[in-house]
Structures are given as C-alpha cells and as structure tokens.
Design a protein around this ligand. Structure first.
Ligand code: ADP
Length: 443
C-alpha cells in the first residue's frame, strides 16, 4: 500500500530516531535508559497519531463531498485499503448516477416530444409528472401541478374519474375523454397502474387525440346516409312509373310517353349522381391528379362560354367573358379546368332569371390569375355561404333536385382547384347575385 507524506514522515521519525535514541541511551546511566526509550516511543506515537488524524479528517471531507453528490472527490490512501474502497464506491456511484441521469434525460425527451398527453400520479393521487402536451391541453403548469392531488391540479372530471378508477381497481382501463375549450376535442384515455416491486404504486394516463378520426367516421356516416337518400328519390320514381305502366298505363297512349320520359329523366339523374360520386372519389383519393400544362386561359374560357351559350339563350341570360389582355399562361389540366367552369356556369345560369347576366372575368392575381364567375341571380343567404362547398349541401333542396343538381358540383370544383394549387371563394348577396372566384398559378 502506498503511504501518504505525513505517514511517511512519522515512520521516518521513528526509524531515524531509533539509532539516535540508542546512541543517547548508551551514554546515559542505565536507570535512565527505559525512561528515554519510553519518551522516544511516545513522541513517535504522538506524531503517528497526528498523521492518522489528518488522514481521517481528509477522508471525512471526501465522504461529505460524495454525500453532497460530488462524485469527482477521491479519498487519500489510508492503511488497510480503506481509501481505495471509498474511491471504488465513489466511482460506482458516479457511474450509477450518470446512468440514471441519462435515462431521466431520455425519458423527458420522449415525454416532451410526445403528441399524446401523459400524466402519472402516485398511490395517494399526487401528480408525479405531466408532459408538455398535457400542460398545454389542460392549461396547467407542470411545476405547480407536481406534488398536488390530480383532482385539484388537473380539474377535469373525465380524467379524474379514470385515474380514480385505476387507483381503486388496480387494472388497466380505457375511456373516452372530451374537452370543450375552445373547441370540442375527443381523446381516447388509456390508464394503467404503475407497478414497483410487484406492487401498485400509482397510475399512468395517456390521452390520444381521436378528434379527426371521429370526425371522419361521422363524415363517412353522413356520406353514406346522403348517398342513400339521393339514390332513393330517383329510384322510387323509376319504380313508381314502371309499376304504373305495368298496371295498365302502357296502353294509355296519351301519357305513356310522358311516363317513359320521366323514367329516363330519373335514370339520367342517377347516372349524373354516380358520375359525380366517382369523380369526387377519384379526385379525393388522388387518382385524378391534374396533368398540368401551360394553358391559354382566355381561349379556354371562350370555349366554355360557347358550350353554355345555348343554355344561357334558352333561359334568357346574357353570358359574357372578360379576359384581361396581359393574362399569363396558367398551369392547368385543360379537361379539369373545363369541368370547374362547367359546374360554376351551370349553377350561375340555373340560378339567374331571364334578363339576368352571367360574367366570366379573368385577371392577373399575385403572379397568377384569378377567375370570377358572377351572376345577377338569386344569391346565397349568408348562413349557407360557408357550407356550399360541402358535399350534398344545397341551399334550396327542392329547387336544386328539380333542376337536376346532385349537390356535389361545388365540392368537385373545390377539390379540382385545390389540386391545381389554387383557392376557391364565394361572395354573395340575396337578392343581388353571387360571385365564385378561384385562383390558378402561372405556368
Ligand atoms: P347542385 O348540384 O345542387 O347545384 P352544387 O354543389 O353545385 O350543387 O351547389 C350547392 C348549392 O349551392 C346549390 O344547391 C345551390 O343552392 C347553391 N348555389 C350554387 N351556385 C349558386 C349560384 N350561382 N347562385 C345561387 N345559389 C347557388
């Protein structure tokens, strides 16, 4: 074992002092010999004791630093390997603490990054941790919540009930949790007991946001219900007229052609509905991505206007195109753009009375082009405006059906324009007419 400088000095004193003492002892009368020897030994023992005291005081200081968490402290060498054992202990403690700190840092990084809200409580219901997602969700301060009972600090009945049940019943549970501010949000709450050494010591709750999923389910349910409803009307008519014909009207020369024409009309409606549904589904699922090409918009608008001229004339509506002379070419899929214009023009002419006007106007807009299809027709009430681009949304249901509308036209318009990277909007007054606008990027 290596000796410290103090210890070495004390031993040196004894080793070097002994011959001197002997020499002195040889010169002294014999009765003084034992006394001198004892005195020399006492001096050596005193020096040695002082030395050991200093080592122990040093060791004490090191132990205190270790206890305070300073694992860089190292003990001096002391006989019997005590210092070495203390140092080994310190090194192992340092490694263990380092490992724990690393684990803790990793855990908090995971909790911080989680989109799910997490809260852990102890067996008495005191909050052990809440992650940032939960802090944001419930507007609670992490530091303030910690150590307080969840009933007071989280202040949410659904969450409190779930945590309470898990603490009581000591088994995993899942429940839907709803939050209402500012908007309604739906969460799947999953709670499980925390187990330590085989015994439950608290509970952990994870909230997973399923709002979007629930809304999509609702949209799907509404969609199926809407499609069913839309199909039922023409099918019922077709069936009714077919029955009438079978039960004798087939011999009614005056009316049978009219009945057959009505059946045809409803069959056309069904075909249009199915076509629109297939279109919408193809666009939404990305199977009809636009094939973008530099397109001469003025020429395309003129073409669309020509196709709708007969309808406009039949309804006594004046149809006009105004394209700015400095229009850049736009990046568009010609067929899809024609479909957008067809839906907007069909609506505009349908909702405008005789003597009215429908104008198609194109102008440069933020480096691209903005197209406006405006009419002097019936207009759309302000309450309905935000919903007209929804599937199957109709302002005047009976009139729209009567006019052969499927309620899908504007929804298709919105999807097609957005697939082109543009935006649609509507402005309307009732009475006063409507203006549907969409933007396109320059080629
Ligand atoms: P539809 O097939 O019924 O026309 P759309 O999706 O094209 O369905 O339009 C949705 C609803 O918006 C229509 O039912 C109609 O009530 C209203 N609408 C659309 N365009 C106009 C317009 N130019 N003037 C007045 N109402 C309109």
């Amino acid at each position: 074992m290596p000796l410290g400088p103090g210890l070495r000095a004390a031993l040196g004193l004894v080793v070097v002092g002994a011959p001197v003492v002997w020499a002195v002892v040889g010169l002294l009368p014999p009765r003084w010999t034992s006394a001198a020897l004892l005195a020399a030994l006492a001096v050596a023992a005193w020096a040695f004791g002082r030395c050991v005291d200093a080592r122990i005081a040093e060791l004490h200081g090191v132990l205190r630093r270790l206890a305070d968490g300073d694992f860089t402290a190292r003990a001096p060498s002391i006989g019997g390997g005590l210092g070495r054992e203390v140092n080994r202990l310190a090194a192992r403690a340092a490694t263990a603490v380092e490992g724990l700190s690393r684990d803790k840092a990793q855990l908090s990084a995971v909790l911080d990054q989680m989109t799910e809200a997490v809260v852990a409580v102890d067996a008495e219901g005191r909050v052990l941790l809440v992650n940032p997602a939960l802090s944001r969700l419930l507007a609670v301060d992490e530091a303030q919540a910690r150590g307080r009972r969840y009933v007071e600090s989280l202040r949410h009945n659904g969450i409190a009930e779930l945590l309470g049940s898990v603490l009581r019943e000591r088994r995993e549970m899942a429940h839907e949790v709803r939050l209402f501010s500012p908007d309604e949000r739906i969460f799947e709450g999953h709670a499980a007991p925390l187990i330590q050494d085989g015994r439950p010591c608290g509970a952990l709750l994870v909230l997973h946001d399923i709002t979007r999923q629930r809304r999509l389910e609702q949209v799907r349910r509404d969609f199926v219900a809407n499609v069913g409803h839309e199909l039922r009307t023409p099918l019922a008519s077709i069936r009714g007229f077919a029955e009438t014909l079978r039960e004798g009207a087939v011999d009614d020369k005056e009316n049978r052609i009219e009945f057959l024409r009505t059946i045809e009309e409803h069959a056309d409606r069904l075909t249009k509905l199915v076509d629109d549904l297939l279109d919408l589904s193809a666009i939404e699922s990305g199977h009809r991505a636009p094939r973008l090409e530099p397109t001469d918009l003025a020429a395309l608008l003129a073409g669309s206007s020509r196709s709708f001229a007969p309808m406009a004339v039949a309804r006594g509506v004046t149809l006009k195109v105004v394209a700015a002379p400095d229009l850049p070419k736009v990046s568009a899929d010609g067929d899809q753009l024609r479909q957008v214009l067809a839906n907007l023009l069909d609506n505009a002419i349908k909702h405008t009375d005789s003597q009215g006007h429908v104008d198609i106007c194109a102008e440069p807009w933020h480096g691209g082009v903005r197209v406006t299809v405006s009419d002097t027709g019936s207009g759309i009430p302000a309450d309905d405006l935000p919903r007209v681009f929804e599937r199957f949304y109709r302002v005047d249901k009976a009139r729209s059906r009567e006019a052969g509308g499927t309620g899908l036209g504007l929804s298709i318009v919105k999807h097609l324009v957005e697939a082109h990277g543009g935006e649609v909007s509507v402005e309307s007054r009732r009475p006063g007419g409507s203006a549907f606008r969409f933007t396109l990027r320059a080629a």
